[in-house]
Design a protein around this ligand. Structure first.
Ligand code: SF4
Length: 202
């Protein structure tokens, strides 16, 4: 992985580092899909968006890339992002959101990713083997799912995280970038617990 880290160190812009990580991740995931057994057993299909309703982690480099896409005119539901940013502080509060409010802000009504070519690295490595019904969290419960072993690609994701300043929940990182580094909780009275803030926001 040192070669990836060396390449990342030569890049001074977050979006360029994010794109390099995406390219290196795709290379390794693509190699796995050369195997017919992988093709046969991965049950992810277009139009299934179950994992786009769960918590997605990104690096701040990926956040900068997404922020740039928004600044360039990509429309998002800012209110939903704000709600998600509050809820993303813990998995308990996250799963208290309605299924609709948990939908990634980049998911469209046809269950397609509107930023597919720029989607975060974890969205590129997540492939389920087994029954895709287990991926559903519509009832607010997370079940254990069997994932394709993407060790090499995961190491690239880790290399990317090691070269950025921060990583965390997509809504949280993105909300901060959009709001000039203001945390969503800064908008509320200080010293309140996340649960109190969440109630207030509801
Ligand atoms: S970025 Fe795209 S693939 Fe990733 S969770 Fe959002 S909609 Fe789904």
């Amino acid at each position: 992985m040192n070669d990836v880290i060396k390449k990342l160190r030569k890049l001074s812009s977050g979006p360029r580092r994010a794109r390099l990580v995406h390219k290196e991740v795709d290379k390794r995931v693509g190699a796995l899909f050369q195997d017919s057994a992988v093709m046969r057993n991965v049950s992810c299909r277009q139009g299934c968006s179950a994992c786009c309703h769960t918590q997605v982690s990104i690096s701040d480099d990926e956040g900068e890339l997404l922020h740039k896409i928004i600044e360039d005119g990509h429309n998002i539901d800012l209110e939903r992002l704000k709600k998600q940013s509050i809820a993303s502080k813990s998995s308990t509060t996250w799963y208290r959101l309605s299924y609709e409010d948990r939908a990634c802000i980049f998911l469209d009504e046809n269950k397609s990713c509107t930023i597919y070519n720029n989607r975060p690295s974890v969205c590129r490595t997540n492939h389920v083997v087994g029954d895709p019904k287990d991926c559903s969290t519509e009832d607010g419960l997370e079940r254990s799912v069997r994932l394709l072993n993407t060790f090499e690609a995961d190491m690239v994701v880790m290399a990317g995280y090691s070269q950025c300043e921060e990583n965390g929940a997509l809504p949280d990182i993105l909300y901060k970038l959009i709001n000039g580094n203001k945390e969503v909780l800064d908008l509320f009275t200080p010293h309140k617990s996340i649960t109190q803030v969440f109630k207030e926001f509801d």
